[in-house]
Design a protein around this ligand. Structure first.
Ligand SMILES: Cc1cc2nc3c(=O)[nH]c(=O)nc-3n(C[C@H](O)[C@H](O)[C@H](O)COP(=O)(O)OP(=O)(O)OC[C@H]3O[C@@H](n4cnc5c(N)ncnc54)[C@H](O)[C@@H]3O)c2cc1C
Length: 424
């Protein structure tokens, strides 16, 4: 079936839905079409935030993103978290803030968010074309060659549009329809794509390591990532021990650094390392002094019981085993070398990461179309007139906590308004 429209948005995920809605609001006379390959729209929104959808964060800054900082700052200033919160309220989605600063719908259901976005599309008479997987886009120009015009080839025909917004996402959770095909289309239109990596992804540890015995325990730690012996990232937060390795917010945020360092390092023989301080902020001397003081104060107390003041008891026991220290020894009888070895394990534990958990478990993609190829004022392509690029397909990803949706809403707002304004 062949159709014509003013603005075609390819990809009806978070960014595409926002772009379509803002375009149609800005220019009600425009015919706006959303095209998506999936049979069900918004699968990723539905699974987000554990099914609750962490829509946004209370406090969002450019430094919450791994990307060109001035670019991100400009985009956020055009549509920030307060704008997003007000926008969702206007759609009937009330948000509540959790102590971490994350905001979720008061219903605790991601479905509320998706339903509200789709209802607004219906109100604005935006045509949502499901099962319209796009294979290629030709920039054909109008008859005079002055104005942009695009022929969008999809599985059931061609859609012709004056403006195209590409919002095809990255490669995270490919079963939702985001499998990287959008980048090939962008490349065919003259854009480049930087290497892409799974990010916000759990890390798999060597099977012989002790993580399995600690499955289900979470604790505050400090993680440092090294490449070629140089520290490239350090952060503090909650780590969850799992049957395959480690997960939790601090691991998610650190993962992109390990994944990229490991991939790049493979080429020049530099292995990446993740080291864990189980007593965040403390250093070797401090912990050693603390154990010496504990030995002087209550020498008959078990070493594991002392350690349990600073970390979960099961972790303390397993760590003593790992360090080769008798877990039943009293703190007063622990030999100096054992104590120092234990301290070393406590504050500088090497996590034997063998791989990340892959695209099926990654929440987002690191890498994509470079931001330098896009105008931050409009999200317009600098290569092809009339084309806009937004959301996760760009080389920008946020940390965990609602920042990636913020990027989708903000870039969607900027592109939707700009595409409509360019027609009006
Ligand atoms: C499990 C999980 C949980 C998450 N939780 C959160 C959270 O709570 N908070 C948060 O901020 N972020 C979260 N994220 C990240 C967030 O979901 C994404 O960053 C965001 O959805 C990206 O939006 P997008 O519109 O750019 O891309 P996507 O949501 O990936 O949408 C892209 C759309 O394009 C379509 N498409 C792709 N190629 C084509 C094609 N060739 N033709 C037609 N259509 C195509 C796809 O079907 C898809 O619908 C989570 C991600 C995952 C995987």
């Amino acid at each position: 079936m062949d159709e014509t429209c003013d603005i075609a948005v390819i990809g009806a995920g978070a960014a595409g839905l926002a772009a379509g809605i803002f375009a149609a609001q800005r220019l009600p006379a425009a015919r706006v079409v959303l095209m998506d390959g999936a049979a069900q729209i918004g699968a990723k929104i539905l699974v987000s935030g554990g099914g609750r959808c962490n829509v946004v964060h209370r406090s969002v800054g450019a430094d919450d993103f791994n990307a060109d900082q001035p670019f991100v700052r400009h985009v956020l200033s055009a549509f920030d978290q307060d704008d997003a919160i007000r926008w969702f309220e206007s759609l009937g989605v009330l948000l509540k803030q959790e102590p971490t600063g994350k905001l979720f719908p008061t219903t605790n259901r991601a479905r509320t968010v998706l339903d509200a976005l789709l209802a607004r599309c219906r109100e604005l008479k935006i045509q949502v074309l499901r099962q319209h997987r796009v294979h290629s886009v030709d920039a054909v120009g109008d008859d005079d060659g002055d104005e942009p015009r695009f022929a969008i080839h999809h599985e059931a025909g061609i859609v012709t549009a004056q403006r195209v917004v590409m919002a095809t996402g990255g490669r995270s959770l490919p079963r939702t329809g985001s499998d990287g095909q959008g980048w090939r289309i962008a490349q065919s239109l003259g854009h480049s794509v930087t290497p892409t990596y799974p990010a916000l992804v759990p890390l798999v540890l060597e099977p012989s390591f002790f993580h399995r015995t600690l499955q289900g325990i979470s604790q505050e730690v400090e993680l440092s990532t090294y490449q070629g012996g140089k520290q490239i990232d350090r952060r503090r937060g909650s780590l969850l021990w799992t049957h395959f390795g480690v997960s939790g917010p601090v691991v998610s945020d650190a993962s992109r650094f390990w994944v990229i360092a490991q991939t790049v390092g493979k080429q020049n023989g530099d292995r990446a390392q993740v080291r864990c301080n189980l007593v965040p902020s403390a250093d070797f001397q401090e912990i050693d002094r603390w154990l010496v003081a504990a030995a002087a104060h209550s020498p008959k107390r078990g070493a594991v019981s002392v350690l349990s003041e600073k970390l979960p008891q099961r972790v303390a026991s397993v760590l003593a085993d790992q360090a080769g220290v008798d877990r039943n020894v009293s703190i007063g009888q622990m030999p100096r070398d054992d104590r120092r070895k234990l301290v070393h394990y406590l504050i500088d534990l090497l996590l034997p990461v063998v791989r990340d958990r892959g695209w099926n478990y990654a929440e987002v993609t690191a890498g994509g179309v470079p931001l330098q190829e896009v105008d931050y004022r409009s999200m317009a392509s600098k290569r092809i007139k009339g084309l806009y690029l937004i959301g996760e397909m760009l080389d920008c990803e946020g940390r965990i906590g609602g920042f990636n949706f913020q990027w989708a809403w903000s870039t969607g707002h900027v592109a939707g308004c700009a595409a409509a304004a360019s027609l009006s």
